[in-house]
Write a protein that binds this ligand. Structure first.
Ligand SMILES: Cc1cc2nc3c(=O)[nH]c(=O)nc-3n(C[C@H](O)[C@H](O)[C@H](O)COP(=O)(O)OP(=O)(O)OC[C@H]3O[C@@H](n4cnc5c(N)ncnc54)[C@H](O)[C@@H]3O)c2cc1C
Ligand code: SF4
Length: 307
């Protein structure tokens, strides 16, 4: 492992200052970053611990909820406000990792966790455009069971591995970030970049920008919801595919609907086409099948992707 300095940010402004130093990376719970450092994929020379940032979970004046970036995943899943108003988010978080990892993992770290593509993690032996732009991609023609069928590029077919972020995409979450230019808020559906020919640039964050909070707007689809995850083992496994969905019915018709998919795209995939196909329809098996067809018409299946 490359030797590194460690410092702990006392505030978001402190994190911003420390993160601006050369070779610095932010450290949340370390459940992803430390693994990647051990494997030689990440080589920071300074770690800026941001677990001292806000971990508050509170109601907003608009009736939504705000969640500090340092809130632990388990604390979010168990919080009464989240369980009452966004149970889909609790379910999604609890479908991921293990209790020990959820106790350590932070909201900011979960959003920024890297792909689980095995070739990305194999710094010693595999070519990977995400690690080294322009070097090639050994997943293409290789083992692609966990890879993307939507929104990928010729350079990279990796998926975003988070369960939590799939629910956040369905709930129209906003990501609050602090950078040199001040604070800004980015809708989660615009937070992740398409891989194109630079899969190493994964989000719209500029260097040094720190996630400080999440904001969840009030949701009309929270009452009728589901989070389903298909995986190779019953626990402790990433999604082959997952779905976060919520609907609001009026007079037997679908008035509002939110659907997001995990495990199939470089980002939590908001299924806008399926939503458009369902709006105004009766909630029948045929309508849901047609919506799935509409969303998946543009899918590019990979040889190894079987569920
Ligand atoms: C065995 C195992 C199984 C797992 N299974 C699942 C699963 O089934 N589903 C699932 O969703 N996840 C799973 N995970 C992943 C887990 O959810 C992530 O490792 C965790 O959410 C990362 O959070 P962290 O706080 O530990 O991040 P860290 O490891 O500390 O950091 C991750 C990245 O986020 C950056 N970062 C941290 N905080 C901020 C911030 N405030 N602003 C900007 N950048 C920041 C870091 O610089 C780093 O690049 C699993 C992990 C392991 C080890
Ligand atoms: S799919 Fe992406 S992350 Fe995986 S080896 Fe190819 S370029 Fe790297």
């Amino acid at each position: 492992m490359t030797p590194f300095d460690y410092s702990r940010a006392a505030s978001a402004a402190d994190a911003l200052r420390l993160a601006g130093q050369s070779g610095a990376m932010l450290l949340g719970g370390g459940t992803n970053l430390v693994d990647l450092m051990r494997k030689g994929v990440e080589r920071p020379t300074r770690l800026v611990d941001v677990t001292g940032l806000s971990r508050e979970i509170a109601e907003t004046p608009e009736g939504g909820v705000t969640i500090g970036a340092a809130a632990r995943n388990s604390a979010v899943a168990a919080h009464p406000l989240i369980r009452a108003h966004y149970p889909m988010l609790s379910r999604a978080i609890l479908a991921g990792a293990s209790a020990q990892i959820r106790n350590m993992a932070t909201v900011g770290g979960n959003l920024m966790q890297r792909t689980r593509c095995a070739y990305f993690a194999d710094a010693a032996g595999s070519r990977c455009n995400k690690r080294e732009p322009g070097s090639g991609c050994d997943a293409l023609g290789g083992f692609t069971r966990y890879h993307a069928i939507l929104g990928a590029s010729e350079a990279c077919v990796a998926t975003h591995p988070s369960d939590m972020c799939v629910a956040l995409a369905a709930l129209d979450a906003q990501v609050k970030v602090l950078g040199a230019e001040g604070e800004r808020t980015v809708p989660i559906v615009e937070f992740y970049r398409a891989p194109d020919d630079r899969p190493d640039i994964e989000t719209v964050l500029t260097p040094g920008e720190t996630i400080v909070a999440l904001e969840l707007p009030p949701s009309s689809v929270a009452a009728r919801f589901a989070y389903r995850k298909v995986r190779d083992r019953a626990s402790y496994a990433f999604a082959l595919v997952s779905v976060a969905a919520g609907v609001e019915l009026r007079n037997g018709r679908i008035e509002a609907v939110r659907i997001a998919l995990g495990g199939v795209a470089p980002r939590p995939w908001r299924a806008f086409k399926a939503e458009a196909a369902l709006r105004g329809e009766a909630p029948t098996a045929e309508a849901f099948a047609a919506a799935a067809e509409a969303e998946l018409a543009g899918a590019a299946p990979l040889p190894g992707k079987r569920v």
